[in-house]
Design a protein around this ligand. Structure first.
Ligand code: MN3
Length: 256
């Protein structure tokens, strides 16, 4: 029989306290896991010392999104297409020293204020550069498959259910004629809306704040999916970085 003296009681209290302590660390760590993935987030414009817009470092390896997005596509998409957009943007800005330190977001939001001789190049190359920078971070190899928290509430408020939202988004992505993007955005009234854009147009130019975007240019999927765009769209849902998308949503909601 255990002799319950003072020393034993202290031991029991100590052991219980340790259990509670380590138990809560494990519990909170597990709970925070959803948010932990945001460590690699795009926080706006990447301009180097030579005043050039540089590529964002890809936050995962080329094969990380397999089998949904194949490594070859990722590599060409990142090293060739993305690079070409950055190069085209930097080349256009060479003619206008005063615009070199403007963030890519500012340039895209203010296309109508740009000198006419570079407006189209900034729209196309700058748009492509910004769209892809956003796109890489909107995906993750450790996707949670569906949103949580504020974003889940927002989606259910404006689209009734996550399934419903996905169907509408798929439809918008499927409907892009030729090359373009599908987006979940915040409109001027801070409502969530789905839009699509042609070529490399970014929602910022049209007074929308992009929250989630999908590249439906053929270069984004043709190697693996050929002409089956809808198969690519459906597979892509498996790699959406929802905690990051939720952060973008909350940031956009509080932006004046
Ligand atoms: Mn692309």
């Amino acid at each position: 029989m255990i002799n319950i003296n003072k020393k034993n009681i202290y031991n029991i209290i100590l052991i219980t306290a340790l259990f509670v302590f380590f138990g809560s660390i494990i519990f909170f760590k597990k709970r925070d896991n959803y948010k932990d993935q945001n460590l690699l987030e795009y926080k706006g414009s990447l301009i180097n010392q030579e005043k050039k817009h540089v590529l964002a470092k890809l936050p995962y390896s080329y094969d990380a999104l397999e089998p949904y997005i194949d490594a070859e596509t990722m590599k060409i998409h990142y090293t060739k297409h993305y690079q070409a957009y950055a190069d085209g943007l930097n080349k256009a800005l060479e003619k206008h020293e005063e615009l070199k330190e403007k963030s890519i977001e500012w340039l895209i939001e203010n296309l109508d204020k740009l000198p006419e001789d570079i407006r189209t190049d900034v729209e196309n190359f700058g748009g492509g550069y910004l769209n892809h920078t956003l796109f890489w971070f909107m995906m993750s190899p450790n996707s949670y498959k569906s949103p949580k928290g504020e974003l889940k509430k927002g989606i259910e408020k404006y689209f009734k259910s996550f399934e419903n939202f996905k169907n509408s988004f798929n439809e918008a992505a499927k409907k892009v004629f030729g090359s373009g993007w599908a987006w979940l955005c915040l409109d001027k009234e801070k409502k969530l809306v789905i839009i699509n854009t042609k070529d490399q147009d970014n929602p910022l130019s049209k007074n929308y704040i992009p929250i989630l975007g999908l590249d439906v240019w053929e270069h984004a999927y043709y190697i693996k999916y050929q002409n089956k765009r809808l198969d690519y769209i459906k597979a892509w849902w498996n790699v959406v970085n929802w905690p990051h998308i939720e952060n973008l949503y909350i940031e956009a909601l509080t932006k004046s």
